[in-house]
Write a protein that binds this ligand. Structure first.
Ligand code: ATP
Length: 217
């Protein structure tokens, strides 16, 4: 069974990595692929260039066997729609391998605005990680009920179509916070892997938005 975690990773941090590891172990995933998006359809452009975001993800995934990076969204022109990514993965992996799309609860809450979102369930399972500040969305409740899986074994039994919500260690970390800290000259150390922090400093990333944060600290 293969897991995928998409994101802007601007930059990647422990709020991505720790839940990903816990889900990988709990589901006994053979592989967990991090897929940095090229052009996010639902938000403004990332601050760091895609080459930097990719390099930071590469540094982070090198810290754990079983994690890998998949570049397909960076190599594709136009908005990075998950449904296109899953279709392309399916072409490679075939129709029978169970595939799990990992999402934080905030991302799951916005699912019904995604491009061709209902087709996602024909392509993958969805595994939702609880995230501080995000409750299960009411709008998707009824719709999700019939697809709800009670345990990981149900995901293994089919290639796609189920939803599993997973409690994970709650880390109130966001890339936005990290960018804000760097911009104000504060340290984001211990919120993200040290090699990623060193990369940010080496390349002078995220220096420009000091005025935008408005925090006194
Ligand atoms: P930003 O602050 O720039 O919006 P982010 O920290 O939310 O970024 P993304 O790259 O947008 O990170 O997130 C990719 C995926 O990881 C999403 O599914 C998101 O819900 C999930 N995620 C991010 N941070 C956490 C966290 N602290 N706990 C659980 N899931 C998270």
């Amino acid at each position: 069974m293969i897991g995928i975690l998409g994101g802007t990773f601007d930059p990647i941090h422990f709020g991505h990595l720790r839940p990903a590891l816990e889900i990988q172990e709990c589901l006994d995933l053979d592989e967990l692929r991090f897929i940095p998006c090229g052009l996010p359809p639902h938000r403004r452009r990332p601050e760091a260039d895609m080459s930097h975001r990719l390099a930071m993800v590469e540094q982070a995934v090198a810290l754990h066997p079983g994690f890998s990076v998949d570049r397909r969204e960076l190599e594709r022109a136009g908005p990075s729609y998950s449904v296109d990514t899953l279709e392309s993965l399916r072409r490679e992996l075939g129709s029978r391998v169970p595939l799990c799309l990992l999402l934080g609860m905030d991302a799951f809450a916005g699912l019904s605005s995604w491009h061709r979102w209902q087709e996602l369930f024909g392509l993958a399972h969805i595994v939702v990680a609880h995230r501080p500040g995000s409750d299960e969305p009411r709008a998707l409740e009824a719709w999700a009920a019939s697809r709800r899986a009670a345990d990981p074994a149900e995901l293994r039994a089919a290639p796609a179509g189920r939803i599993l919500c997973m409690p994970v260690t709650q880390l109130d970390i966001s890339a936005t916070t990290i960018r804000g800290l760097v911009a104000r000259g504060r340290s984001p150390r211990f919120l993200l892997p040290e090699p990623v922090l060193e990369y940010i400093h080496r390349h002078g990333l995220y220096q420009e938005h000091a005025a935008a944060t408005g925090s006194p600290c």
